[in-house]
Ligand binder design. Sequence first.
Ligand SMILES: [Mg+2]
Length: 386
Amino acid sequence: MKIAKVEAFPIKLPHEDRYSENTREDEMNDYGDYIISRRHWTSIYPKHLETTLVRIETDNGIVGWGEAFAPVARRTPATVIEDICRTVILGHDPHDVEYLWYRTYSSMRERGHGTGFFIDALSGVDQALWDIIGKALGKPVYKLLGGAYRDRLLVYNGFGGTDPETMSRQAAEIVALGYRALKLHSRAPNRRLVEIVSAVRETVGPEIELRVDVHTTRTVSEAILLGRELEKLDVNWLEAPVAPEDVDGHAEIARALDMNVATGEWLRTSYEWKSWFEKRAVDVPMPDIGRTGISEGRRIAMLCDYYNLPVAPHVGAGCILAIAAGLHVAMAAPRYQIFEHGHHAMPLKSSFADRFPDVVDGYFTLDDTPGLGVEINEDRVRALVS
Ligand SMILES: [Mg+2]
């Protein structure tokens, strides 16, 4: 079996109302298709949903799919996939997946391309190759990664906003849908954020797990002060407290607080994770398998075990293939804790698939479907390319 064809599909899924509910216009710089918070040094977000899909076909007609998670600039990983990855992997046996990752990774390493869009592209290709191997062997990918350590995967559902009443109402709605764990996204100042979390805690009661993501908006001191307040509200983790580059700052916060510091959605390879583990800068590593790929994601998950830490895969704006790839890694990860989920975004994220894993009563389950377990509707994908 040889790789015969490699294609990338940069796609855009229209979603008119994505930011209208919780975002005031005067808080955002509007750039047409994209927005950035006016008051914070924080991410650029697409108004629609964007990503890059990878389709790889073998000479015996097996088709594998992957996703280079690309919430902005979706054509960039597509170019890398078609100009570099395709060049390196064409004609090879897909079973050589880890060799092919390393061969491609090494091809740009000396030039400093050790992360970012380049690794996103490798991630999508890696997922597609694992999908092919699973389909060729008639096994779900988690079986190829060492087998299922569990029969279902607990998720938490994320939601965001700036108003305690609105967020309490949203929290109650999410709990009514069967979710037992929630994550609040907020860039609000400490006092306001504590008001929000208090209101939510009062609404949902003591049994529901709460997590808080502040999207790198704090200084070290602000994060520690915030964490002390959140500990009183029995919040499970404080996520991404300070700047992504500040490993030592994260470590300082992790040591100062009793509660967990969760972080790492921006870290793609085990090389990048190394210092975070060594400095114990994180209590709950959050690799995004849409960015790491399956091979590297599994390596990071095993490092979590080595360092006596849980692993909680991050899912940002990634669509169904990135989600599925993360689920297979999670199934085969000894120290899996919880998986990120967005209930209301799921229909759009899976709208180009005819069959896919979904959440029931707060848990994902994976069946015995060979490969990643996602049946892609190719006509729909091709219609979304832009
Ligand atoms: Mg986050």
